[in-house]
Ligand binder design. Sequence first.
Ligand code: 13P
Length: 340
Amino acid sequence: MKSRGLGDTTTMLFADGKGLLAMDESNPTCNKRFAALGIAQTVETRRAYRELIVTTPGLGECIGGAILYDETIRQQTRDGIPFVKVLVDAGIIPGIKVDQGAKDLAGHPSEKVTEGLDGLRDRLAEYSRLGARFAKWRAVIAIGDGRPRWGCTEANAHALARYAALCQEAGLIPILEPEVLMEGDHTLDRCFEVTEEVLREVFCQLNSQRVMLEGVILKPNMVLPGLICPHQETVDEVSDATVNCLLRAVPAAVPAIAFLSGGQSAELASARLNAMNLRFKSRLPWALAFSFSRAIQQPALEIWKGQEANVPAAQQALYHRANCNQAARRGDYSAAMEKR
Ligand code: 13P
């Protein structure tokens, strides 16, 4: 197994307080976000938006890796430079989302299982040729009305482990994203319980599939109260619950944990990551980083609105969020950074 190469790549992804930028929205998800802002939903607008992102000046100072989507990894700038080359030249390692989406899980009403294992070995070989050095697979777990049922947790954890083993065989680092969703009125304690149970099962399945823990990256949710739960904990309370849950369930051999943002506001995501790194600095066996999509991109997307003239301002906003999250990795973020 190519453990040495995987370790070097992980070190580079998270060096100097850097983290990951998820820009791997599927076409339907990207179109939905465009539609909400009145942006045309075409191949060309998606390409132009991704060009805005990858050409953001200075992005490589704060971002060590960018997760691309199948359409995007094959695209180029208007001047004909492949996005993969633009990223590499900026010091950003390209990665790729390889799952094929969460589909209804038979026998489990309102629960999903992520598909994409069929043919994955061949797709990984192709993505590796296209320049990807790591991959991502997202599983979704909902809370509420008896969910998650055990069969859903188990099926998703099994698929994550099969995917991870194939990635390591192909020399790609697997990012494992078991996302416990924020939607609902559940409490933070319930999110803690479910997140712990899901993570334990993921690591159990990784063990069964003989996945090398030193060569994976975990991309979990933070431990949060449901979006419509009447009681919303403070930043410090969320930080403590999240880290305590991870300390229980994630082996110390895992080199890095990079959170998804999951619909939190950009500023709260930075503040919570900052609190974790500040309050637990000496107790963390893994790098505690970010792999945000919305919490890095959304302010930039809202400024861009599909207009060429707005590109520089949107790029500034994107850089700013990346920079705030880099500061949060070091425990150096403060609300004052937002007053520009
Ligand atoms: P969010 O940060 O918007 O949750 O996206 C992360 C991601 O990669 C979803 O798969």
